[in-house]
Design a binder for this molecule. Structure first.
Ligand code: B12
Ligand code: SF4
Ligand code: SF4
Length: 392
């Protein structure tokens, strides 16, 4: 039994710190993941958000001097808003649950720092003890570490599913040169269920726990360019992330934990009024969305998604604001998405709108084929609609 007493003391300390689940694994490599990761990259199924050095992702000893163990942690997050925002004249969007409250990277970083302080105290004055904490943006693959450390199993939706909290947990891990008896990994428990695969709108789940990240709506809401028209209706009014493969999972049924005050969602921020978002200043954006993880890509993707959501909600009252955006917004991606949106929200050929779009297109730089293409498609679609009846 390696450091069994210390391990038990760490588990007790983690509870006091507010870590909801903790597990231990060895610092052995994760090379068994290599063939699948290489294949996924070659197939174009990665997003670019993964750590780019494959050797470092799979080998703790390449990122830490003489590692002995990895301590994996999970924090459960809420899935229901206690107080929905008031009804107003504006339709609302939604952020996926992993973006509710304060950015989870900060919350987990703080918890892991507190745990490291506690372990140092428990382990005595040994100066050679070392730690490397990471969450999400670190080298290691969080779900794979968590699975080997016994926190839960990896479902066919690719996510780590715990018995107590389902998959609604954030994951982090600490590499250390302390040695602990590893916990038992948990095998997949999906059984014959295939609900997440069937429910995923863009068919992004490959069926064996792997994902085509490029097709995942969560990724699509985080890109900075134009969104491929195929995915636009699929995001509905969700302007950041996607929770569908979690909502349908039986292991998530009834899971809604409010353990951490800073994970509580601000209803006005996680279900924001869409039209006012379109002309928000940077300062207003930072104030309202800055603390949330969903703002990490900045204002533009969320505004682009807000425009798409307005179309999905069939909100014709947004048309005047969209026209203002086409006229005044300095960003071609936003102008072109707005041009698409006004036409999607129209069902009759309006000569004034057609002229407006033709003029707007002529003002766009000619060296941006995607932008011009977006305008041209909108113009062609409007031109092919039945005429607006003569009002005279
Ligand atoms: C890149 C990334 C994304 C990308 C790609 C996702 C992906 N699955 O690859 C995008 C932007 C699409 C994304 C979306 C989301 N993400 Co993300 N993402 C990551 C990140 C940074 C890297 C993941 C990675 O390396 N993927 C590449 C490989 C590993 O994926 P793959 O080829 O599909 O391989 C899978 C299979 O091999 C399978 N697998 C391995 N062994 C076994 C064994 C069995 C038996 C089975 C069945 C499967 C299986 O698991 C692998 C991972 O899914 C991690 C953080 C981290 N550093 O790990 C967070 C992370 C996975 N994301 C997270 C979250 C919350 C999400 C979203 C739910 C957010 C949202 N609401 O929109 C969605 C869920 C989408 C989904 N179904 O996976 C959490 C997941 C927490 C949890 N409970 O599992 C993580 C761990 C961040 C964190 N620290 O909390 N994400
Ligand atoms: S997050 Fe949404 S789009 Fe991505 S795999 Fe899950 S259901 Fe599919
Ligand atoms: S929905 Fe079903 S198949 Fe998908 S992860 Fe959950 S249990 Fe597994």
């Amino acid at each position: 039994m390696k450091n069994e007493q210390l391990k038990q003391q760490i588990i007790a300390a983690s509870k006091e710190i507010g870590i909801d689940k903790i597990g231990f694994t060895t610092a052995a490599n994760f090379e068994y993941m290599r063939p699948s990761l290489v294949k996924q990259k070659a197939a174009g199924h990665t997003t670019g958000f993964e750590h780019q050095n494959l050797d470092e992702r799979l080998n703790p000893d390449q990122i830490f001097d003489q590692p002995r163990s990895i301590i994996a942690i999970a924090l459960a997050y809420p899935t229901k808003i206690s107080e929905r925002p008031q009804r107003t004249e504006f339709k609302r969007g939604q952020f996926a649950r992993a973006s509710w409250g304060v950015d989870y990277h900060h919350i987990l970083d703080e918890k892991m720092d507190a745990l490291i302080v506690a372990i140092r105290k428990l382990a005595g004055a040994d100066q050679t003890i070392d730690f490397k904490p990471m969450v999400d943006t670190g080298e290691l693959i969080d779900v794979v570490v968590a699975q080997r450390a016994g926190l839960g199993f990896i479902g066919l939706n690719g996510l780590l599913i715990t018995q107590e909290f389902g998959s609604y947990v954030y994951l982090g891990e600490i590499i250390t040169n302390l040695e602990f008896t590893p916990d038992e990994p948990i095998a997949n428990q999906c059984g014959t269920c295939r609900r997440c695969i069937a429910a995923c709108p863009p068919d992004a789940l490959l069926g064996d726990g792997r994902l085509n990240g490029q097709r995942c709506l969560s990724y699509q809401t985080q890109t900075k360019g134009l969104m491929d028209p195929e995915f636009r209706p699929m995001i509905r009014n969700v302007i950041y992330g996607c929770d569908i493969c979690q909502i349908v999972c039986p292991f998530n049924k009834g899971k809604n934990f409010h353990f951490h005050a800073d994970m509580e969602p601000d209803p006005e921020a996680v279900m924001p009024e869409l039209v006012p978002m379109l002309t928000m200043t940077n300062k207003e954006f930072k104030l309202k969305f800055g603390p949330m993880s969903g703002s990490w890509r900045g204002k533009k993707p969320l505004q682009r998604n807000a425009i798409i959501a307005l179309v999905n909600l069939k909100d014709r009252s947004a048309i005047p604001k969209l026209l203002e955006v086409i006229d005044h917004d300095p960003r071609p991606i936003i102008r072109a998405t707005a041009a698409w949106a006004v036409v999607e929200l129209s069902d009759l050929k309006n000569k004034d709108l057609l002229d407006f779009l033709i003029t707007a297109k002529s003002k766009e730089a000619s060296d941006q084929p995607e932008i011009n293409h977006e305008y041209q498609n909108a113009i062609d679609k409007l031109a092919s609609m039945p005429e607006l009846p003569n009002q005279n």
